[in-house]
Design a protein around this ligand. Sequence first.
Ligand SMILES: [Mg+2]
Length: 296
Amino acid sequence: MLNQILEGIEIVLFDCDGVIYHGDAPLPGVRDILCDLRSRGVMYRFITNSANRSREEMHAKFVTMGLGDVVDEIDCFPSGMAAAEFLRTACTGLIKDVYVAGAKGLRCELERAGFRCHGGDSDNGKSMDDREFMRLIADDQIMDAVVVGYDTGFNYYKLARSCLAMQKNKKCVLVATNADPKDRIGDFSIPGNGAMLEAVCASIRSLPSDLRKDPTVTGKPNRLFGDLAIRGTGVAADKVLIIGDSIHTDIALGKNCGFRTCLVMAGVTSAHDLQVTPSHMHPDHVVRDLRDLLER
Ligand SMILES: [Mg+2]
């Protein structure tokens, strides 16, 4: 089956959660497929909507899972990179100060791109009251952008500072690394960045109309992220295969970029979800997990 799926493919983009690993555990077949691709001379990269890790931290996770010999740091693309790319290119020269409603890894990627970052993990555990809010009204920087990314340290303080940033600068840009509502842990769902983004959006919904705005989602399925992940390879879009477990992000990114697509049923998509998906969104291939690719 792999021979057929890989026909004409020069680079494979792997989604991570639900394809490569669940939580901290690698999924079956990962090492075998990466070794197989390497032996064929097919490039591969990893593209995740999670923004809590920087590219170094993402690579360190692969190392911890025993995959350090088959994964290079240069091939790791956390969605913080897409947010930085958007602020750098779409808002050329306009963005300097950024409030990070996210984790350390997101702040790290934004700082690497040259932005002056505020918040992030340095606002973890802080509490907000009227007095602190008054202090921020007087003292806090004018932010040019707020970036919301998956963050287990997300709290009311970050929510209130994001809302304040929008009020102090009506040109403040609202960016979300992704809008995934959930991830799967075992048989249960854990809230994704979409839930945190929803909180930020709700906090600005009742503001005067010139302060309200919709977020720009820069991770998958925004084609900016797909273009970024294959940049410098010289590979044409129709020679790229994306393998992911989400129709709304991974397969949609493939469709937006003109990549070939393979859906893995080991993650967030159920058989029923696939059944009710409109035909134009159907993936080119469907497999149970990565072992399926090797076995058939
Ligand atoms: Mg996934």
